[in-house]
Design a protein around this ligand. Structure first.
Ligand SMILES: [Zn+2]
Length: 326
């Protein structure tokens, strides 16, 4: 059948017809809000490159999560900024550390009403800002020595109440090492959401201000994935699913929707996409200049990520989008 019999506009004629024929939904429960909690501050600190986002104190964090729960956001992911850093990032597995304290506070306040995800990495905790312990050779970070530390962090986060551990350091073997450590410590039910396809992207800039985690020297290209390489990303995803990842992530989202689609088609576990700080900042910056309409651009971005195949979206838009979706 072709024109004039075929008329695609029949399904777009009225709001009711458009609503009926919508293929993909976006709902608040699919959103995961990234939150920063900083040790040793009295008041929350605004992050200038992420409008509306804060470095939280424990009490402002609890209040923020209350608002997120209220609008139906499905989960939060916590990033900690410790008062002190050292070469191995020992603050990351301190049972009294900033993320561990935050997890306990949130669990006692909200019970099981919101899923608590703990980002697992060393870059916020090391004085050099890399995601693992330094190597002598050209590879920057010593992969295998770092794995043992990731295991310790995971156990400490699980003990503090994390439902989900999300390793973001892109070390090989990280999922297997974390699974083994969790199981050995009596946490077989703690899930792993792996940043399996995390690219060395220039869209992370504002996050590094927020998390105070910019590397002091060099960059992360020896461990994060190369932007042109889809097949390399798929191989890594396959490996981390085989190691026991309960869900996998593609990061960033918008510049990597093709990767997201390919990952979705190849694996049965839930797939998350991280709409990163630079994507959020870019939309906000344009909106501030009057070049984009913020609410509609925000929802279009998130719907596009859903259409490409994400079950969950980590996004700084979580609260605003959830309000618009009510
Ligand atoms: Zn890191």
């Amino acid at each position: 059948m072709s024109f004039p019999s075929f008329r695609s506009r029949r399904w777009r004629r009225t709001e009711a017809l458009r609503r009926l024929s919508q293929e993909v939904e976006l709902s608040a429960r699919q959103l995961i809000a990234p939150l920063f909690v900083k040790e040793g501050i009295r008041d929350p600190v605004p992050i200038s490159s992420l409008p509306g986002q804060l470095q939280h104190t424990l009490s402002s964090l609890v209040q923020e999560v209350g608002e997120l729960v209220e609008v139906g956001v499905g989960a939060v992911i916590l990033f900690g900024i410790p008062a002190r850093k050292d070469p191995v990032g020992s603050g990351a597995w301190d049972d009294e550390g900033v993320v561990q304290s935050a997890l306990r506070a949130l669990r006692s306040e909200f019970g099981d009403r919101v899923v608590l995800v703990a980002d697992l990495c060393l870059c916020e905790y090391t004085d050099h800002g890399h995601c693992g312990v330094l190597a002598d050779g050209p590879e920057t970070v010593d992969n295998d020595r770092t794995l043992e530390l990731y295991g310790r962090i995971a156990v400490s986060q699980a003990r503090a109440g994390a439902d989900v551990i999300a390793p973001s350091g892109v070390m090989d073997g990280q999922v297997a090492a974390i699974r083994r450590a969790l199981d050995a410590a009596g946490f077989p039910h703690t899930a792993i959401l792996s940043y399996a396809a995390k690219f060395a992207s220039s869209f992370y800039g504002p996050f590094r201000d927020a998390a105070e985690s910019a590397p002091r020297f060099g960059d992360r290209r020896s461990y994060q994935l190369a932007p042109p390489n889809l097949r390399a990303a798929l191989r890594r995803v396959e490996e981390e699913v085989a190691e026991g990842a309960d869900a996998v992530m593609v990061k960033p989202a918008l510049p990597y929707l093709d990767v997201l689609r390919a990952v979705r088609e190849r694996c049965a576990v839930p797939v998350a996409a991280y709409c990163v700080s630079g994507e959020y900042a870019m939309v906000h910056a344009a909106a501030q200049r009057g070049w984009l309409d913020l609410p509609s651009a925000m929802l279009e971005v998130l719907l596009a990520i859903r259409r490409a195949g994400a079950d969950w979206i980590l996004t700084y838009f979580a609260k605003d989008a959830a309000r618009l979706l009510r």
